[in-house]
Design a protein around this ligand. Structure first.
Ligand SMILES: C[S@@+](CC[C@H](N)C(=O)[O-])C[C@H]1O[C@@H](n2cnc3c(N)ncnc32)[C@H](O)[C@@H]1O
Length: 247
């Protein structure tokens, strides 16, 4: 059953442009803050990144001396990771994070950059939480970083909202309110040529993720507004949340 997956071609075909299109998320300062937070939560135990991609976070995390493992379903994204310094040695299993099993027991499983939303059904997201919990040792943590759905930006009666219009990039979200999904349409203009990328996501509010965690036997530990540990408020555009497996 694969109807919960985005077409893998989406990621394979975009893989060679991925790092160049990261904007703020590829900045050294943001990556360093993310890695520092993950490192504190890992408690010196091995860690597993679901959907590790090109290694934006996994590779610098491994450079700190952490034992980093990964799961990734796109051969194209994995090839980009493998081509980077340290990428050939990182243990990464090719498969679906909602079901694939990695050898070992981990202190931290993490899924960043809104990627829980890449699983397109509630059932698949629940399976992902369960799969994360199955990889954790006692007291281990599952962390996700994900946007709060920005439906407040959609005008009444409409279903589109611009989420970025800066420099060479325009981003428009198209909501399907019945199925709780959205499609993000990106356009980059580069040297007079336009390049587009579209991906569909299933969005959810924090309370729904808390329920998924509870189903997986995990307990809410932290909910921050960002990687610095700021307070989560009604105006937070995203959250970093951790749930723990009972010790
Ligand atoms: C936004 S990128 C994030 C990559 C990386 N974690 C980062 O922070 O840069 C989303 C990644 O999720 C991967 N992905 C999407 N669905 C997946 C699934 N079901 N199982 C494993 N990887 C998946 C894509 O191939 C892509 O590499």
């Amino acid at each position: 059953m694969t109807d919960h997956l985005q077409p893998v071609e989406t990621w394979d075909e975009g893989a060679r442009h991925y790092d160049a299109s990261l904007r703020g998320h590829g900045r050294t300062a943001e990556v360093a803050e993310t890695v520092a937070c993950l490192r504190r939560l890992a408690d010196h135990r091995p860690v597993l990144e679901f959907a590790i991609g090109t290694g934006r976070i996994g590779l610098p995390f491994a450079e700190t001396g952490a034992e980093v493992h990964g799961i990734e379903y796109s051969p194209g994204m994995l090839a980009e990771l493998r081509a980077k310094p340290g990428g050939a040695d990182l243990p990464v299993v090719l498969g679906d994070m909602a079901s694939v099993r990695v050898e070992g027991e981990f202190g931290l499983v993490y899924l960043v950059f809104n990627t829980i939303t890449n699983l397109l059904t509630q059932d698949a997201q629940v399976r992902c939480f369960r799969n994360a919990a199955d990889h954790l040792g006692p007291g281990g943590r599952f962390l996700i970083e994900v946007h709060i759905p920005q439906i407040r930006r959609v005008m009444p009666g409409e279903r589109h909202a611009v989420f970025d219009a800066t420099g060479d990039h325009t981003g428009i979200d198209e909501y399907d309110f019945v199925n709780q999904t959205l499609t993000s349409h990106h356009t980059w203009v580069d040297g007079g040529r336009a390049r587009t990328f579209a991906s569909t996501h299933r969005y959810a509010w924090p309370a729904e993720y808390d329920l998924m965690a509870r189903i997986a036997g995990l307990e809410l530990e932290h909910r921050w507004g960002d990687w610095s540990g700021s307070t989560f408020t009604a105006d937070s555009a995203s959250h970093v949340s951790t749930w723990r497996k009972p010790a």
